[in-house]
Every structure is written in C-alpha cells, then in structure tokens.
Design a protein around this ligand. Sequence first.
Ligand SMILES: [Zn+2]
Length: 437
Amino acid sequence: MNSSLAFAPAPLEGRSVDATRERLLWGIGADVDEVALIRREQAVLEARAVGLLAEAARKANWLAALPGGSLEHSRRSLVAEVATALHVPESTASQRIDDAETLTDFLPVTLASLARGDIGYAHAQSVVRQARTLPEGARGEFEAVATAKAESQTPSQLAAHARAVRERMHPESIDVRHREARDERAVWLEKERDGMATLVCHLSAVDAFAIDDTLDQLGRALRSPEESRTHAQLRADGLVELLLHRDGDTAARARGITANVVVTVPVLTLLGRSMRAGELQGYGPIPVEAARRLAAGAPSFLRILTDPITGQRLSVGRDRYKVPADLRAAVVLDDETCRFPGCVRRADRCDLDHTTDWARGGETGLDNLAALCRRHHTLKHQTGWQVEAGEGRALHWRSPSGARHTTRPPERGGPPPPAQPPSPPAATRHLPDHPPF
Ligand SMILES: [Zn+2]
C-alpha cells in the first residue's frame, strides 16, 4: 500500500491545513520520541549484558585458579559458550567479553552512562577500543575527557574524539609510538564473493589521508554530465588506472592533482623548542617530526601555526588562500565537518551557510557562517528545520517537530602538556633522513 495515500486524507477531515500540519508534526515528534525511548531501554539492557559477561569472565578466571585449572582453556571455553549461545563468531564473542571486562574494571563513567541509557553500546565500544591500548593508570583521566560530550555525539564522532584524546594523553610520545606502529605498514588482500576483493592499506595517517584526498579530487575531476559512474566508482577506477595503467587518461589527469591535507603545527614545535604534536585535520595528533616536515615546505599542505599557550590559531597560511577565501578557510578549519547534528561530511566539501540569512541582516563573518553539506544546506532552507547561532559558534537546531540539538566546532588546542625536554637545535636538519610522508 502507498503509505502517503494511507495517511494523507484522514487528518484533513474537518480541520484546517495549519491544524493538520501541526497535528502531523506533533505525531512525528511523538513517534520519534518513542523510538528514542526504545533506544534508551536497549542501552540499559546492553549494560546488564556487559555486567553479566564480566561476571562470567570472573568466574572463568576463578575456575582456572582451581587445582588443575588452566586460564587459557577456561577462557577459551567461555568464549565458545558465549559464541554458541548468541550465534556469533568466536572472535565477536571474545571481543564482547574483553569489552565487558574493560568497561567494568576501568571505565565506570562509560558503563554508568550506558546503564542510564544516555549512550548506546556502539558509543561504549568507541571508548573501550581506545582505552584498552592505554596503560591502566591513564584510563581514568582518558575516560573523563573522552566521554565529556558522548551523549550528544554519534558513535563515529565519539570514536574520532576518543582517538584524538588517547593520542594526547598517552604517556609515551606519539613519535615513539608512531615509529613502532609505522613498522606495521602493509597492504593486503581480502577475498570477497562474486569475483570481488578488497585491498587494504595500513599506512601512516598522513599518507593515507593524502592518497584518499587525491582519489577524491580525481573522482570529482572525472565527473561530467555524460558520466554515469558514482563518485565511489570513479575513485575506485582512478586508483586502478593510477596503479595499473600509468599512461591512461586518469593517470594523466592525476599528474595535475596535489593532495590537499591540512596540518596544524604549534609554533614552538616548528621552531624546534617543543615536542608538542601537530594535528592532521580530520584525524588528530601526528608525530612531531612529520608535522615539522610538512610545515617546513611541502607545497600541498596548508599549514596553520598555533599559539603555544592557548592553542588558538595565530595565522592561516596565505600561500594558497586570498581574502575572502581565507574566511572560508577559517570556517572550514574550525568546523572540520558539516555542522548538522551527527553529520561527518568533511567541511571542505561543504557549502558555507549564513546561519542568519544575509537577507535578514546576517553578516558574512566567522560567527555567522557554518559549513553545511549540500544535503543539510537544502534541508535547512527547504524544510522546517531552524538554526540559531550561539556562543562560541555553537549552532542551536530545532526540528520541525520541536526537538532541539546543539552542535559545536570540535575542540582543539587547550593548554599544552607538561614541559617537555627541548629537542636538539639541529633536529630539523635530521628530517630528510626519515622516509617521506
Ligand atoms: Zn551534513
């Protein structure tokens, strides 16, 4: 049955159009509220499952401690119990048990928030995944900072935030960790059905972001009215042609494309007087050496210097942007993503929207401009979604049915970490010895 025909005529009986619209919006609001309530109840149940799995793991450990017991056998048996009861692979069961133990033993704030239904299980997982690789003593402070806004974030926003917080708080410097992690760089193949396969590249974030951006630009350059391939297909075809048909049309176009990646570098780091990490936009902290190198001259990277104390931007590199393009650059850099609640579309692919319309006296300034992807830009102008600007470039959204949501630009900077030993004065001269990023 066509659902629009099913409900359209009924509410109109004996009511004005305005009253009908209001009634329908009220109904939508009530339906959505109910779904949100169900989500809360699911989270409460997930927290119970977490508690029970952690309890079962504890019992398995006790069993192992009995005479003749073996920790390995006891844990393996538990994993098999859970996997068969839930009809999930053992790897999934094992992950659930590990997550449950980490949540119960080290992340009480996250678990309590799940138990109240304020966050969902996917949110809790985002926190656990990052916390697990931190030394136990650092997990409490990590949790407090990483989950401060968890309730208003999507799981992927929370995961990105938690990853950046983990990078900042890890007691070992990112340079040391990155050197070790980088040793694991590799490319491998995963076989898929129907004649397909997935090629996975595990690379330094800077390299991976640069390649991703190049494919994106290539995909957009290949678009035309006659082109029937999707953006995803164009990116994939571009990659194949670049690697396998080097003289092809796509490869030729790609020669004119430079990766556009934004790196923020604390000014003292650049001068070699601090080891505070730089940040790769959309990712988080990157090794000091890589940041210095990029800031020192790579033409395809936009660099931004930040104040050593406040972390505020001192200047936006002007070698690529002129006024008013630098206002756009400032908004894009500050917003990072579309500013609609939950949207993660990159700001540099978004429209800039006057929060208060130009026609209604809105100014063209940092406080009245926000990145909105085309989809949400259209939503704002063509539906009943409304938005108001608030303190610190906050956006207060109101849905047609009356729900309210606030989004803010991601936090960055903040006070510097405790004093670090100054790096050797000639550090920058050592850079060419390292593999290029
Ligand atoms: Zn959006």
